[in-house]
Design a protein around this ligand. Structure first.
Ligand SMILES: Nc1nc2c(c(=O)[nH]1)N[C@H]1C(S)=C(S)[C@@H](COP(=O)(O)O)O[C@H]1N2
Ligand SMILES: [Mo]
Length: 392
């Protein structure tokens, strides 16, 4: 009992340090590995699973989701990926430019951005390429500090004809742009856009810190965009330039590389639709199974859900061919955080079992089964239910 109490106090102490108390967020309900608990290994992890990937020139990292033990992914575990490697930015020389259809074009140093007034935002996101083949490790959750985008846009003043807000990272390279078979090799920056309405909403955020520390280079030091509820690709790292224009932005990472081809029966006729990657589709995954106590027969199943911020009605867990059963949502979850859940699994029989979770939002949108996505031809946005196997 005494050791349990002190463990709780330690946990509380570290949460206070993480700033949860300051944010007015309820105490974390899902503890790190409880005393005496042991991890039950999954039997379906691919033999070649590795949490680091990529090349020296373009390093990537998966989060090993079996190690999730709190609300915020530590900066050295936060998943990371990008297309063109990591640009080295000298923060003394760094400027964010705001140009195009604005009343007053602007440039900012990081200190000038900080002076606008920082606030915090908890955001979880996944790469749209995250999937079971990646053991769902292209997802993480952080507490970001920065400036609401609309404060910066309002300082520049969007002209009425400015309908599209384009965000460029400082990463760029010469690349072929294909036009009807003709190839134009020109310099291309990583870029993404938001509509005027999306950009002026209250959520998008220019972040310079995560979990209380400056962004790391892989996370986009010194400044990145965070679009809460959207897939990772919207969160432009090493943000150096915001350009307001009237025409639609048609860059590679907006219209070609990141799109979904899906067939939808409309009025009985299959209609093939291509859409840009934007808001996260509702997904839940089981991340970890633990056994309580060395001789215990009670098991805990922990997982997380992600979506576009629409409140969830439920996350449910199914064991083998049993019924769907409600999981408990962590009270520390917030609108745009990943949503941690846990489920208590009592007295499983020895042998192999399949566990799966599904999330449903308040509009009744249910996380699909893999079979429901057969008409989605391109592999991005795979939010299908993810069955996991464990041996008891
Ligand atoms: N400048 C820039 N920003 C970028 C990218 C990139 O290649 N360049 N990749 C995007 C993609 S596809 C993802 S999934 C996220 C990953 O963010 P993270 O490395 O912090 O996890 O960054 C996004 N922002
Ligand atoms: Mo991504």
């Amino acid at each position: 009992m005494a050791s349990e109490t002190s463990r709780r106090q330690i946990l509380k102490g570290s949460l206070a340090a993480a700033g949860l108390g300051l944010l007015g967020i309820p105490e974390w309900a899902i503890p790190a590995l409880a005393q005496g608990a042991t991890i039950v290994p999954f039997t379906d992890i691919p033999a070649n699973f590795s949490s680091t990937l990529g090349t020296n020139a373009n390093p990537s990292r998966f989060l090993d989701i079996r190690k999730i033990d709190g609300p915020f992914t530590p900066k050295d575990q936060f998943f990371t990926t990008q297309h063109l490697g990591h640009p080295a930015i000298d923060v003394a020389a760094y400027r964010l430019k705001v140009t195009g259809l604005v009343e007053k074009p602007k440039t900012y140093t990081i200190d000038q951005l900080r002076a606008i007034g920082g606030s915090d935002l908890v955001a979880g996101f996944e790469c749209s390429g995250n999937s079971r083949a990646r053991v769902q490790g292209l997802a993480s959750n952080g507490r970001f500090t920065g400036v609401p985008l609309r404060k910066v846009l309002n300082e520049a003043g969007l002209r009425p004809e400015g309908r599209e807000v384009v965000f460029f990272g400082s990463d760029h390279r010469a690349d072929d742009v294909d036009f009807r078979g003709q190839k134009f090799n020109v310099d291309q920056q990583f870029g993404r856009s938001l509509s005027r309405e999306e950009a002026l909403a209250s959520e998008p955020f220019l972040a310079y810190a995560m979990n209380g520390d400056p962004l790391t280079v892989p996370q986009g030091f010194p400044l990145r965009l965070i679009v809460p509820g959207w897939y990772g690709v919207a969160n432009v790292k090493w943000l150096s330039h915001i350009h307001v224009q009237e025409d639609r932005y048609m860059g590679n990472y907006e219209t070609r590389w990141y799109r979904t081809l899906k067939g939808e029966p409309i009025d009985g006729e299959m209609t093939w639709i291509e859409t840009a990657i934007s808001r996260m589709r509702v997904k839940s995954v089981i991340a970890r199974v633990t056994r309580e106590g060395t001789q215990g027969t009670t098991y805990k199943v922990l997982g997380f859900a992600l979506n576009d911020g629409t409140p969830l009605r439920s996350v449910e867990v199914k064991v083998d061919d049993g019924p769907w059963q409600a999981a408990t949502m962590d009270p520390a979850n917030t609108k745009y955080s990943w949503k941690l859940f846990n489920y208590t699994w009592k007295n499983p029989a020895p042998g192999e079992h399949t566990l799966v979770s599904r999330a449903t939002d308040i509009h009744g949108t249910v996380q699909p089964e893999a079979a429901d996505l057969v008409n989605k031809k391109s592999f991005l946005e795979d939010n299908s239910q993810y069955p996991r196997k464990v041996a008891i």
